[in-house]
Structure formats: structure tokens, C-alpha cells
Design a protein. Structure first.
Length: 202
């Protein structure tokens, strides 16, 4: 379980992909300082993965083919920067929102507007995920907990504050780039139960 509060970024130092398996090696001084044991969960661009090896400041994670297909990891290359967050503990503060690290889909950036102290982004999401995204609700984009500023049909918007701009990768996204999306888990259950109730009534 995660909160969507990014605690550091890392650079991909090695990416080995086969038909049935992918191996990521990521360099991060901040994560190395946390002394995460082998078997620990860590969110990489919002994807819950398991630390399988440490070598100095580099850690390794294994990635399933399904994850490569469903997320933006397949489009990344050696040298790319990724957002990182270790899993929370029971004593941690919940500054963002509950994030499982289970990516639903990717969304395409279709509009980017820079203002004096923020960057406003708009994404298009596949239609089947539109019911789970509501204005002023929570959403995780590449693992970052953000508030939805607008939601209309298959398009939603978010705003990045200066801290998020400086400490995550999202500010560098350009039109046409795809980000990992995890919709609010509570919203998913609410929508599913409402759909089931409507069917039962009918």
C-alpha cells in the first residue's frame, strides 16, 4: 500500500526485456539510504514492484509481461527517470490517498498549460475508466497523488504545484506522452456496487 507521496526519483540503469519477463535496475541514492530489505514493495511510476537485489545504490525489480503491456514501462529506456515511493507502514501519515500500486491503464497527455506557479495538465483516458474519475476526487498519475480539477467525458485535468514540479517527473511530460493511471480504489467499489444494485432493481 502507498500514499502517492513521491519520496524520490531514480534513473533506469539497465532494462532487459524478453517476451515473458522484464528486469529493471534503478539507481537511487535516496532509496538506498532507506535500507529497504529484499522483498520490500516499492512503487515505480506508481507500479507496485518487489526489490529483488541491491548493488550499491542500484536496486533491481522484476516486471511481468502484463505490467509491461498495461503501463508506460514498456516505453521507457535506459537513462529514463522514474518516480519512487516505498510502501507505507501502519505508523505512517496518510498525506495523499490510498494507492494500491495496481495500474488500471495509461492516459495520453493532450494539453499542457504553464502558469506563474503551476502546470495544468489534461489527459484523455480510455472510456471504460471514465466513471471512476470525478472532479475534486483523487487520482494517482505515475504514482503521484493528485486532485482532479476537471472531469468531462473521457478527459480529466490536474494541476501541479511547484513542489510536485521540482520533485517528480510529471512536469517534463509533453503532448502525446502516456502516464500510468490508478483511479481511486474506493470509487471503483462504489461504482461497482451501484451497478450491481441497479441490475438487481431492474
Amino acid at each position: 500500500m502507498f500514499t502517492g507521496i513521491i519520496q524520490g526519483t531514480g534513473k533506469i540503469t539497465n532494462l532487459a526485456v524478453t517476451q515473458n519477463h522484464a528486469l529493471l535496475e534503478i539507481n537511487s541514492k535516496k532509496m538506498a539510504q532507506k535500507n529497504l530489505p529484499l522483498g520490500s514493495s516499492i512503487a515505480v511510476n506508481g507500479i507496485c514492484l518487489t526489490v529483488t537485489k541491491w548493488s550499491g545504490e542500484n536496486f533491481t525489480v522484476d516486471v511481468m509481461p502484463e505490467t509491461m503491456r498495461r503501463t508506460n514501462l514498456g516505453s521507457l529506456a535506459k537513462g529514463a527517470t522514474v518516480n519512487l515511493e516505498p510502501s507505507v507502514t501502519l505508523g505512517s501519515t496518510l498525506d495523499g490517498h490510498l494507492v494500491a500500486g495496481h495500474i488500471d491503464t495509461t492516459a495520453e497527455l493532450i494539453k499542457r498549460t504553464e502558469t506563474e506557479n503551476s502546470i495544468e495538465l489534461r489527459f484523455r483516458v480510455p472510456h471504460k475508466y471514465e466513471p471512476y474519475i470525478v472532479e475534486k476526487g483523487s487520482i494517482a498519475i505515475d504514482g503521484i497523488s493528485l486532485t482532479v480539477t476537471m472531469a468531462e467525458n473521457d478527459v480529466f485535468g490536474v494541476s501541479l504545484i511547484p513542489f510536485t514540479i521540482a520533485n517528480t517527473t510529471l512536469a517534463h511530460y509533453q503532448i502525446g506522452d502516456h502516464a500510468n493511471i490508478e483511479t481511486d480504489m474506493i470509487g471503483k467499489y462504489v461504482v461497482k456496487q451501484c451497478q450491481a444494485w441497479n441490475l438487481a432493481v431492474k
